[in-house]
Design a binder for this molecule. Structure first.
Ligand code: SF4
Length: 298
């Protein structure tokens, strides 16, 4: 299975990928004392749902007030956390909770102020629809989840837009990741088969602002995108195999950046909780020792 969030997790930290997505993830499910660390993730999930619901309501002629957005964010977070967990955090960390909801509200407000959203809300873009992210397509043995969030038509061009609430800076693969949406769209019966009829857009929230990236597909790029996805899935499978039947995490690489650890929900279950650099040194010595033992036993 491939999705943008799986790819991000794999690139940011192989250990986190394994804990979050491998079949043995049940073993590392969040325990209650880790709730606070996953609040940001839950808020993002809640914000995404709110964005889609608000867009659908707009389509049906229902506009939300600022107060409504705030309330919906709060309610959404309660649902994501379940009431008991929510009340617990509210008692202990009410200020943090309020800050989280306010910053999600600012994020939604600034999303509604981006050019694309303004054109949709003002009906300058008339033909648009929200897409279902759960819809996937199968390419050989891989199930690929890469639908756009919004698809809109301007003149004879179909625009595929993905909205990333936790965006990362543009890198060498950003364009090919985006092209996966075109491969998805061409498998959709309601969208055209002609590659040149598409334009790919991403809106990424980075450093407090929404960054718009735009790409034009070609057959060559679509092919390269497929190859990138296959390479990712191979790397994902190899990583899971590396754990072996005992699900040994000791040799699964850790992140290369402390900033990933700072926002990681699995930190309390990871040697990096006491410092990434030190745990990497320890991991290298474990790896060195196991190679040495294998060598000496020959
Ligand atoms: S705490 Fe850091 S090293 Fe450990 S799983 Fe999370 S991101 Fe990876």
């Amino acid at each position: 299975m491939w999705s943008i969030s799986r790819r991000k997790s794999l690139l940011n930290c192989p250990r986190q990928y394994v804990m979050r997505y491998s079949r043995s993830q049940e073993k590392w499910k969040y325990s209650n004392n880790l709730v606070e660390l996953s609040l940001k993730d839950l808020m993002i999930r809640s914000s995404r749902k709110l964005m889609l619901e608000r867009l659908e309501d707009h389509k049906n002629g229902i506009e939300w007030s600022s107060r409504m957005v705030q309330l919906k964010l709060k309610l959404g977070l309660k649902v994501e956390m379940n009431l008991e967990r929510y009340e617990q955090v509210k008692r202990k960390e009410s200020r943090y909770l309020n800050d989280l909801i306010n910053s999600a509200k600012n994020k939604i407000d600034s999303l509604w102020n981006t050019e694309i959203f303004k054109r949709i809300i003002s009906s300058e873009i008339r033909q648009w629809s929200v897409m279902d992210r759960k819809k996937f397509f199968s390419d050989g043995h891989i199930d690929i989840f890469c639908s756009p969030d919004i698809c809109y038509k301007i003149q004879n061009k179909w625009n595929l837009l993905r909205i990333d609430f936790q965006g990362e800076r543009k890198n060498a693969s950003s364009e090919l990741e985006g092209m996966a949406m075109v491969n998805w769209a061409k498998r959709n019966n309601f969208l055209p088969l002609v590659t040149e009829q598409y334009i790919v857009h991403t809106l990424k929230y980075i450093g407090g602002v929404w960054i718009h990236e735009k790409y034009f597909p070609s057959e060559e790029k679509l092919q390269q995108s497929k190859q990138l996805l296959e390479k990712d899935v191979n790397a994902m499978n190899n990583l899971v195999n590396k754990m072996g039947p005992l699900m040994d995490l000791s040799q699964i690489p850790l992140s290369n950046s402390q900033s990933n650890c700072n926002k990681c929900s699995f930190k309390q279950l990871c040697p990096a909780k006491d410092g990434l650099e030190q745990s990497k040194i320890e991991q290298n010595s474990i790896e060195y020792n196991s190679v040495k033992i294998r060598f000496e036993s020959k």
